[in-house]
Design a protein around this ligand. Structure first.
Ligand code: URA
Length: 234
């Protein structure tokens, strides 16, 4: 999804159902405001977050929104689902039609889920070139040891997609828990990686994406706005 850019005159003409010539006249009469300033330029580029006013009427006034949710088990990372509640449905009073998830989690995974209406931001964050670390705390059915570390660092070949996973970090936390850091997100990646050791994942919890840490005050199902530092993460 790219940011939806268009020209101011086209946008106003379509909103008011008038010709572009009529829009030009409105602009000359100082009746159109773009982001708080009178605008006379017909060819001005706008996007879905430009604030546009005609006389006293807002034609567009949408703001960028960014949330972190502590995703509970049993909630699906999708916009709509016939069976399970969706992550977007947990955000009360938010127009979920305009929102999307940046980096999904499986139905039974928990933890940090980022939700936004800013597709440029989420694309930049999740693009493989950006190499943002995603950190997970993983609980396994069977004991683990340091021998997993090399296999995770070397990468594993997934025949179905014909890809080798990028080097991943494996840190032993306890006999049954590891902290895994990925810079990508292939389908069921962590479960499949532990699957190579015939060791089923019992719990999978995302703790962070880049410098954005899951807020410890958020109980499962709770969410909050990202602050400016989190939004501007590098
Ligand atoms: N890897 C998985 O297997 N599941 C997730 O939800 C995230 C990473």
């Amino acid at each position: 999804m790219r940011s939806k850019r268009s020209r101011l005159d086209q946008f106003v003409a379509q909103k008011l159902q008038i010709s572009k010539k009529a829009v030009r006249q409105l602009l000359l009469e100082n009746r159109v405001e773009l982001d708080g300033e009178i605008c006379k330029a017909v060819d001005k580029q706008i996007n879905e977050f430009s604030h546009i006013r005609f006389d006293d009427t807002w034609l567009q006034q949408r703001n960028r929104e960014y949330y972190m949710l502590n995703k509970p088990v049993g909630v699906v990372s999708a916009t709509i689902d016939d069976i399970h509640p969706t992550a977007l449905s947990l955000l009360k009073g938010v127009n979920s039609e305009l929102m999307h998830i940046a980096g999904r989690l499986d139905l039974n995974s928990t933890g940090l889920l980022l939700i936004t209406n800013d597709s440029q931001w989420s694309q930049a964050l999740m693009a493989p070139e950006t190499k943002v670390d995603k950190q997970y705390l993983v609980t396994l059915a069977n004991p683990i040891d340091e021998s997993y570390e090399k296999a995770f660092a070397d990468g594993m070949y997934f025949g179905y997609e014909d890809i080798t996973t990028k080097p991943a970090k494996f840190e032993l936390v306890t006999e049954f828990q590891a902290r895994v850091t990925l810079q990508e997100g292939k389908y069921h990646q962590i479960k499949r990686m532990f699957g190579r050791f015939r060791n089923p994942v019992v719990e999978l919890h995302r703790e962070s994406i880049g410098t954005i840490l899951l807020d410890k005050h958020l109980k499962p199902g709770e969410y909050r706005h990202l602050d400016n530092k989190e939004i501007c993460m590098k």
